[in-house]
Design a protein around this ligand. Structure first.
Ligand code: AQP
Length: 337
């Protein structure tokens, strides 16, 4: 039976190959087999300091990027989170169901607040509750995400279960769908940190952008950090090579041991050159399509509004049930003055 999937991406900057391998290419595959809802989560992008003009621009760019990767608005529902106000409303209800202790345990909050939890925005703390609202609103079964989001999906299940037992069964319990290869792509200059859009703004060489030109991609891969040895192998003591082999494996669909055999004795130089060719071949069509789509931002906005209409129609019955069961009652129908 076809299941419903929901996933989101923040409009916080140019997407990178980690977003693509960990999430976006699964989005594209899943839209053929499932009822897919894909959301540009602009409310989440406000959890770190933001510039209003930049947020608007990034939202349009993210839509172009998703379409360029193969998300098809005729086969999935693609929309912007803030266009459907039920997300924020359900978030409030779930915030009143969530507990401080469970949010404090979220590793992403600890990482992003970098030990400054007293001075960071409250939105960063409640970020996973908004994510729970996103998914639960659509009664999604599957949440295709990278490994970094596993803990947040567990929290969604806990909140859904608590709500269901307190107020009557309302929500489907979602599951994280995490790819077997490439669920966590690390930074090219530091294999202890995941590749991240915001880090790329201060450390451009840490990641490979989906819309980056071939010369720049090749240069970054050739200068990616590697250990001082020569052996092209994944595993203990080789975090950088493990990361590069994972990217190669995910892009070409070839298992890592096969790549190790292919590049045995060839040294890092030849391996990196072949990896650069593979990455450029995979990303170049995305870049070209992205540029074409960005030529007509008005069309992108129209497409997003249509997506929001479809999403709102599916979200409304869930929100009505939540309102009814929690005692808020029906929404008021206001007549414009
Ligand atoms: N390095 C990664 N490897 C594999 N998957 C990744 N994802 C993110 N980074 C990696 C997956 O991409 C999807 C969209 O992520 P997001 O934009 O909503 O938020 P994020 O996880 O916080 O991504 P970034 O790139 O690190 O953005 P910033 O810097 O803005 O915080 C998610 O499914 C995520 O798992």
């Amino acid at each position: 039976m076809s299941k419903r999937v929901f996933s989101g991406i923040q409009p916080t900057g140019q997407g990178h190959i980690g977003n693509y391998i960990g999430a976006l290419r699964n989005w594209v595959r899943l839209q053929d087999e499932h009822e897919a809802f894909y959301c540009i989560v602009d409310l989440h992008a406000m959890t770190m300091p933001w510039d209003p003009k930049v947020l608007r621009r990034h939202t349009t760019e993210k839509a172009a990027e998703l379409l360029a990767c193969g998300v098809d608005p005729d086969r999935s529902v693609l929309f912007v989170q803030s266009h459907v106000p039920d997300h924020a409303e359900l978030q409030w209800v779930l915030t009143c169901v969530a507990r401080m202790g469970e949010l404090r345990r979220m590793v992403q909050f600890k990482d992003r607040s970098r030990g400054e939890s007293e001075s960071v925005g409250v939105g960063l703390f409640t970020y996973p509750v908004l994510q729970a609202a996103d998914v639960l609103l659509y009664q999604a079964h599957g949440v295709p995400v990278g490994e970094d989001q596993r803990q947040h999906v567990e929290l969604m299940r806990d909140l859904a279960q608590r709500f269901n037992s307190n107020f009557g069964v309302t929500f489907t319990l979602p599951e994280a769908w995490i790819p077997e290869v490439g669920a966590r792509i690390m930074a090219l200059d530091d294999p202890t940190q995941k590749m991240s859009k915001s880090d790329m703004e201060t450390r451009p060489s840490s990641g490979l952008m989906l819309t980056e030109d071939p010369a720049s991609l090749t240069k970054k891969i050739k200068s990616a950090k590697t250990d001082s040895g020569t052996e092209v192998r994944a595993g203990d003591g080789k975090p950088e090579l493990t990361n590069l082999l994972t990217i190669f494996s995910a892009i070409e669909g070839v298992p890592v041991p096969e790549l190790e055999t292919r590049f045995a004795g060839s040294g890092y130089g030849a391996f990196k050159a072949a990896l650069a060719d593979a990455v450029v071949a995979a990303l170049e069509p995305i870049r070209l399509r992205y540029e074409e789509l960005m030529g007509d931002p008005g069309e992108l906005d129209r497409m997003l509004f249509k997506g929001a209409e479809k999403a709102a129609a599916v979200a409304a019955p869930t929100m009505d049930a939540v309102r009814e069961r929690t005692g808020l009652g029906p929404r008021a129908v206001l007549t414009p003055q």
